[in-house]
Design a protein around this ligand. Sequence first.
Ligand code: FES
Length: 253
Amino acid sequence: MTLSEETLVELKEIAARYPEPRSGLLPMLHLVQSVEGRITPEGIEACAEILGITAADVSGVATFYTMYKRRPVGDYHVGVCTNTLCAVMGGDAIFERLQDHLGVGNDETTDDAPGLRSITLEHVECNAACDYAPVMMANWEFMDNMTPESAVQLVDDLRAGNEVRSTRGPRIVTWREAERVLAGFPDDLADDGPAAGPASLVGLGIARERGWTAPHPETDSGSGRTADTKQEAVEQADTARAETETKQEDSDA
Ligand code: FES
């Protein structure tokens, strides 16, 4: 497939966003995926030509990051976190159930079936969402606190074209549409759906309760904290830890 004139214009547009055009390579590769369903040799050549670097340079980046795919991705990319915490909380069981249910292995895509959309299944590493383990990702949107049953329901809904909403994000669009957003062309869904959930905000709540604030570059010297405020922070953290341990002991008793 040859890239369209419109895509080439958009690739140049991305490169022009940065003082160093090469900084645009990552979003450019996402744009290639949004139109071709994967990183193609044509996409690599186009990026290299626009940025004035070699195809080997581009290829080196495209093969380094796991979000860039050399094989075509289906209508939806479904990731199951099988990193340590999610794995022990059920991620391994979810992944096995989905492999059986979809009839595909890791990094494989379901066959085209009449009336059904295709799914690419992949086990993924920690998504920094361990507070909601076991976590899945649908086109990189969070699906929290999953079970084998809810995972099967998720992929069945996606395949059937039913509306699916992230537990901490917008409704799920297709993988190609999501790739276009990662290329820096918003779809106006950024504020659709909930953002951070309660478990992720516990630390913020404690900081507010205790009046803790982040260092301010104009009022704090050096590394962002004066020696006194650093000491205060350490003391406050020690006090908080001691209080938490006391509460824990009380509840254990
Ligand atoms: S281990 Fe799964 S999100 Fe961290």
